[in-house]
Design a protein around this ligand. Structure first.
Ligand code: IPM
Ligand code: MN
Length: 360
């Protein structure tokens, strides 16, 4: 089976890391399996054309098997309301393709130093499932600004939205082998149910969903408390499910505990579409210098292979995904070709070549 993958380089380091992941994925899958279709989009394209997500790009994304994205956003390129143009590429794709589950693995690899001194590789291995199409982000572009005096953004939740992301989280926990600490399959609901009705609703719907998963433990943590637990007892976590804004915040904290955004992969999944990218930004300050780490985008590419394998019942892509992840783990464990964000001097192309050599 040939898979059409839209590759959306984007802005800043986006082209470097996206092209790196394309090279690794081609090496892992062999010729003729993945057909990459490069398309334009992002803040730079907006500056040139007035469109952050051109129609031809969106229709290609809608009909492709998956989307691989570098990063988008350039400083100072904003709309009149002050929000960033580049991020709009990403957010438009999320909302128009209904990518409701933003899956963010938080895993400490051998060879990567965690700031959490008491934890080593294998002891931090959980996944944050961030609801990705409502919550506070539902107000993007719809907030109120009255005479520059009063501004509001509403936090919106729907039963459908919470149910489907909760089911996704429980299904994911069912497929994993539990938290490193006790191997208990667990979904931790992260909210502020003690304060706001919306989060109490989020918690209540997650509890309803959990009734169908007797084999998965439900656990609760307020968003402020979980930031402490993620540092003090990260090995307790298996799957964490959270509303959009809270998920955005805790996923960066989680990434920081396992080496930083340079190793933070993400898969943004809907019923019919998947967008895969490193959870980092476009890092314009280091763009074009071949110093960005491609690890997050390469690992996102492995998530893409797994998602395609499940969706199309194609076991060969699971094997390819295993090989990509193993190649990354081996390069990190060996430690002689490390990107700058992990304390090394290796350039983006050197890390890419090291992963490709490992694959070969
Ligand atoms: C993320 C980013 C995005 C978000 C930006 C780039 C739109 O921070 O994916 O975590 O705010 O969700
Ligand atoms: Mn973020």
């Amino acid at each position: 089976m040939k898979y059409n993958i839209v590759s959306l380089d984007g802005d800043g380091i986006g082209p470097e890391v996206c092209q790196s992941a394309v090279q690794v994925l081609r090496e892992a899958c062999g010729v003729g399996v993945l057909n990459f279709l490069p398309f334009e989009g992002g803040a730079g394209h907006y500056q040139r054309s007035g469109h952050v997500l051109p129609e031809e790009t969106f229709s290609a994304c809608r009909s492709a098997h998956a989307i691989l994205h570098g990063a988008a956003g350039l400083p100072g390129v904003t709309y009149a309301d002050g929000t960033e143009v580049g991020n709009d590429l990403h957010l438009q794709l999320r909302f128009k393709l209904d990518l409701f589950a933003n899956v963010r693995p938080i895993r400490l690899y051998q060879g990567v130093k965690s700031p959490l001194a008491d934890f080593s590789a294998g002891q931090i291995d959980y996944v944050i499932v961030r609801e990705n199409t409502e919550g506070l982000y539902a107000s993007r572009g719809a907030g109120v600004n009255l005479r520059g005096e009063v501004v509001t953004d509403a936090l919106v939740m729907t039963r459908l939205g919470v149910e489907r992301v909760a089911k996704f989280a429980f299904d994911l926990a069912r497929r994993r082998s539990g938290a490193p600490r006790d191997h208990v399959r667990r979904v931790t609901v992260c909210d502020k149910a003690n304060i706001l009705k919306s989060y109490a609703f989020f918690r209540a719907v997650c509890l309803e969903v959990s009734q169908s998963y007797a084999d998965v433990q439900i656990d609760y943590a307020y968003a402020d408390a979980i930031t402490v637990h993620m540092l003090k007892k990260p090995d307790f976590y298996d799957v964490i499910v959270a509303e959009n804004m809270l998920g955005d915040i805790i996923s960066d904290l989680g990434a920081a505990t396992v080496g930083g955004l340079g190793v933070a992969a993400s898969a943004e999944l809907g019923l019919h579409h998947g967008l895969f990218q490193g959870a980092h930004g476009s890092a314009p300050d280091i763009a074009g210098q071949n110093v960005a780490s491609p690890i997050a985008t390469i690992l996102s590419g492995a998530l893409m292979l797994r998602w395609l394998a499940d969706k199309h019942e194609d076991a060969t892509l699971h094997i390819a995904a295993d090989r990509v992840e193993k190649a990354v783990e081996d390069v990190l464990a060996r430690g002689d070709v490390m990107p700058a964000d992990l304390g090394g001097q290796a350039r983006c192309t050197e890390v890419t070549q090291a992963v490709c050599r490992q694959l070969a």
